[in-house]
Every structure is written in C-alpha cells, then in structure tokens.
Design a protein around this ligand. Sequence first.
Ligand SMILES: Cc1cc2nc3c(=O)[nH]c(=O)nc-3n(C[C@H](O)[C@H](O)[C@H](O)COP(=O)(O)OP(=O)(O)OC[C@H]3O[C@@H](n4cnc5c(N)ncnc54)[C@H](O)[C@@H]3O)c2cc1C
Length: 358
Amino acid sequence: MTPGTVAVIGGGIIGALVARRLLDRHPDAGVLLLDQDVVGGGASRRSAGLHFPRGASPRVRRMSAYSQDFYERLRTERPATPIYPVAMSVLSRAAPTELATVYARPVRRESTPAVLTACGAEVRVGRDISVWDVAGAQYADVHRLVQTLVTEVRPRGTVREGVRVTALDPGGRGAYGVGLSLSTGERLTVDRVVLAPGPWLSAPAWAALVAPLGVRVKKVVALHVDHRATGTDRALVFHDEDAFLLPLAYRGHWLFSYTSPDWDVDPDRVAAGLGAEDVERARACLGRYAPALAERCTSGRVFCDAYSPTGQPLVCPLDPERRVVFAGAANGSGYRLAPAIAAEAVQSFDPSGNGSSR
Ligand SMILES: Cc1cc2nc3c(=O)[nH]c(=O)nc-3n(C[C@H](O)[C@H](O)[C@H](O)COP(=O)(O)OP(=O)(O)OC[C@H]3O[C@@H](n4cnc5c(N)ncnc54)[C@H](O)[C@@H]3O)c2cc1C
C-alpha cells in the first residue's frame, strides 16, 4: 500500500534515512524532505559519529545490529561513503556477565595491562578494571554522510532547505490530510508526516503534539585533543563513565566524548561554544585515566540531543489516525541507530510488517 505524499520534517541523519527508505520501499510515494537549515546542519553536524555494537536493552541491541549491517552494506556498495572502521577496546569495572550482554561478542583480554596507549599518551588501567576488545565499530563524518544520502534522494523526491515548518495540523485540513504551514508563507496538505526534528522539540508547530512523549533535550559535549589520529589507532570506551576517546583520522585529531549533566537546553542557543564548566568536567573525567591528555583538551564541539524517558529511541504516532509519526530521541546514539529508526518509521506505514528492522 503506497503511503501517498509524505513530508519528512528534519533533514538530519534520521530524516535523510527515512526519506531514502521511503523512496526505496515505495517508489510511487511523493516524498518531500523539509529542513529549516541546510540538511545535516543540526545535531548530525556536530556528531562524533561513533558506532559501537552495544545496547542496554534487547530492542536497542537489535537496532544496533541492524544499523551496523546497513552501514556496512552502504560502505561496500559505495566505498567513498565517509564511514571508517575503527578498532575498539572497552574498559570497565562491570561484571563480565553485564558486559557480555551489553556489547556484541566482546573478547576479554586474558591479562589486563596496567597502561594502554592512546592519543600518544598513557591511559591508566586500574587493577579492578577489565579490558575487552569489541569488533564492528566504525565512525562517520555524519554531516557529509547526510549530504550524500540527500543527494540520492533529490532525483526521486523533493528536498527543500531553508524552509521552516511553522504549523503542523493532523486532520486539520479535511478528513484525510495533514496540514503544514511553511516559513515561506505556503500552506500544503500531505497524506502523512514523519517528524524527525532532532532536539528541536519545542518548535511551536509540534511542541504540544510531542509533549506527551516526555522527551527532554540534553547538552552533548565532546572535546578535541590535538594529537594526530591515524586509521590504525584504537578507540577506547570508558564504559562506566559513558565516555570515549576516538581517533578522528579524517580530521587529523582525537576526540574525547563524555556525559554532560546539563538538561533542558535550547538548540538555538547551546551551540554558542564551550564553557569553562564543559572543559572542567571533561578534564576531570579524562584525567582519571590519562592526566597528560586532560590538559590537551582545549577545543571541541557543543550541541544537544533528544533523550527519551525509557532510554530507547522513539518511533510512534502522534495522532489517533497515525498520520504523523515521530522518529528520534535516540539518547546520544542517533547516528548509530538511525538506519533502524528509519526502518521502523517507514514500517509503521506498512502494517503487513514487510521490511521491518525487527
Ligand atoms: C557533540 C555530539 C556528539 C555525538 N556523538 C555521537 C556518537 O558518537 N554516536 C552517535 O550515534 N550519536 C552521537 N550523537 C548524537 C547524534 O548526533 C544525534 O542523535 C543525531 O544526529 C540526531 O539526528 P536527527 O536527524 O534526529 O537530528 P538533527 O541532525 O538535529 O536533525 C534535525 C533536523 O530538523 C531540522 N528542523 C528542526 N526544526 C525544524 C522546523 N521547524 N522546520 C524544518 N526543519 C526543522 C533541523 O534543522 C535539523 O537539520 C552526538 C551528538 C552530539 C551533539
């Protein structure tokens, strides 16, 4: 069954993959991808873009495996895709049974080294910490990947950038359509909408529709470490701190991502730059493992992401007729889970279940 005309609102990694999948599954559908900015300019532009095969719940583990296969296929089909495999080790005090559940096939190192080397410096490994090697990790230049994906959408669908959706009215324009008002003054009616707004949850057009989901916006910060990264360097994940050190070879430096505690930030304000507190928190976290590196964190990237109350991404209808589907709130994992989120969103138009990520 064709879903008719579908507006995908938000041209980040999730919206781009939704548009692509819609066109692949339903070549007869009319797909309109709308973004208030140039596509890939939101959270996707600032993303560290790390994929690691892990998930705290069975659904997220399934989504992670699905997305990993998807990205691997994309790389095989188009070798120029900006996705780069990376070796990875996980450091943790957690019980082996916990790690073996969360990560896909982790291999514990038989003897735990007292120090590891990353980013040209020593990383201390406490006696209570075990080291696990995990295969299947990769990272992407997510901004460039979105441009590539949207370039493929253009000949088959319509892409409109710099066009903000100012009103969204499910069922408001007759019994069968969703009314949209645009910043250009246009009004249109489409059959369905996939809403993939990243952290722009409080946009007047959908704040009331989205509020019952209980999604909140949290600051996400990653510091840049000025040390040359190469394609053979290994990423280190500090599992207990939800932090990682990643060699961004395509940019020629390392990145340290840690968990910021700042909730309910505004995506239109938060990108103003690193604050002293951001740098101090990152240094305190990294300093526990690699004091020499902490002092070298002097720049970075600041933005935010949408977090769901369950810790799992949300793909769900926002209206009783299921014409508007929300896709997002991936809790700082929107790159690595985006293919599975897109698959679930498109599948929600196809109750037969064909093409599900499940
Ligand atoms: C610093 C940082 C590091 C990260 N690191 C990782 C990582 O290592 N691995 C990982 O998996 N994830 C990571 N993430 C999270 C990941 O980047 C996000 O989850 C993902 O990019 C979200 O994609 P999205 O498409 O939902 O949102 P976005 O990329 O924000 O896209 C939403 C789009 O909606 C558009 N929009 C909003 N309002 C309107 C409107 N009214 N009308 C039209 N368009 C509108 C915006 O312009 C935007 O382009 C990181 C995030 C940050 C900030």
